[in-house]
Ligand binder design. Sequence first.
Ligand code: AMP
Ligand code: GLY
Length: 430
Amino acid sequence: MSETVLLVGGGGREHAIARALANSAADLYACAGNRNPGIARLAEGVETLDTTNPVAVRSYAQEVGATLAVIGPEAPLQAGVADALDEAGVYAFGPQQAEARIETDKGFQRRFMAEHSIPGCPDFEEFRDAEAACEYIDAYDGDLAVKPAGLTGGKGVRVIGDQVTAEEAKAYIRESDYDRIVLEERLVGEEFTVQAFVADGDVRVTPAVQDHKRAYEGDEGPNTGGMGSYSDAALALPFMDESDYTDAVDIIQETVHALDGYKGVLYGQFMLTAGGVTVVEFNARFGDPEAMNTLPVLTTDFLDVLVAARDGEPLPRLRFERQATVCKYAVPEGYPTDPESGARVAIDEESAGEALLYYASVDEREDGVYTTTSRSFAVVGVGDSITEAESIAEKALSAAGEEGLRMRHDIGKPDLVQRRVDHVAELRGE
Ligand code: AMP
Ligand code: GLY
C-alpha cells in the first residue's frame, strides 16, 4: 500500500527528512510556518500554517489523506500536535505532549532521570524563586549551569566559569523572568549526540554526531541553534572510545524503558567527561543540524521505519553507509544576536556540486531565495573520512559566496577535530 506522509516543519532538518522520504514510495505533503523551497520541490503539496496549532495541522493532514506524519521541531510536540494527529487516526512519529516533556521541561527531565536512577544525571536543583536560585549559586561549591526549564531554542543556557561569571549568572536570572530555573553541576568535556528511532519499546540507534553550538570559529561567541556538525565513518567519533558510544546507547535504552509508550526520535545530548558519559539533555526529535548528518547515510528505507512503528511491528535494523559527514550552516550576518535578513542565496542544489544542500529559514520570492533572521541553509559533504567530507562541504560554501552570510569554516577541519581528541586525552590524564 502506498503511504501519504505529512511532514511538519520547514527547516534544514525537515528538508533532510523530506529527502529521505523522497527516496521511498511515499506521497509527501508538508506544512510549516515558512515555505522551504527544497521541501516544496519534493512534496506533492505544501501548506503554510502555524505548526503549533494542533487543529490546523490535523485539518491539513485529513485534507491530504495522510496515513502517517513526521514531526520535525519541538514546538509542535510541546503544543500537542502528535496527540491531535494520533486521535484523528494519523500516526505521528513524534511523542505526545506528555512524553515530549523529556525535552520541553528540563526540571521534569532531571527529576525523571533521578527517580528512575538513569545513569549520567548531574547534580541539580530546580527553582521557582529567583532569589533562592541566586543564594544556591552563592552557596554552591563549584560552577553551575543555569538552564531555563522551558524551551529556548538552545539559546537559554548560561554556564558559569565558561560563558558567564557567577555575578552575571545571577543578573541573568533576576533580569529574565523565567518561571522555573534548573541549576546543575557544570559538566566539562566534549559533547556528542546520539539519536535513536523509538517505537513500542524498540530502540534503533544512529552514529554519534558532534554539533557546534557557539556562533564563531574556535568555539567563541553566543550559543546558537547549531552552526554545523560532523560524524565519522563509524558509530563513534574520533575523540570517543567505542565504550563511550555504548554507554550513551545504554542511557537512551534505559530512558526509553522508563518513559513507557515513547515514540519518535529520542535525541541524547551527552558530555564525555573525565568521569564518563553524562547527559546534557534529551530532545524529543531529530537534531538540527544532526539530522543532516544521519539521514543522508541511512540506507534503510526511512518509510519502512515509520510504517513498522505505526503498525506495531519490530523496527527494522538500521544500516548506514560507512561514510563520514560534515554539515556547515550558512547563517545571516549578525546571527544570533542581531541578524540581518534579505541577502540573496547564490547557491542551489545543482551548484552545490558534490555536496548536499539543505534549505532552512529562507524566503522564496519570484526572483530568488533570500535569507531571513534564522539559519539560512546548510551544505553537507559525505566522504570516506571527515577531512574528505569537510572539503566537499567547503567547496560548496565557496560556490555560495559570503555576501550577507556567515559560517564556521573550522567545523570538521583536522585542527579542530584533533583539539577534541587532545581535550579528551587530557581529561582522561593520558
Ligand atoms: P541545552 O539547551 O540543555 O542543550 O544546553 C545548551 C548547551 O549548554 C549545551 O549544548 C551545552 O554546551 C551547555 N550546557 C548545558 N548544560 C550544561 C552543563 N550542565 N554543563 C556544561 N554545559 C552545559
Ligand atoms: N542541534 C541541537 C538541537 O537540535 O537541539
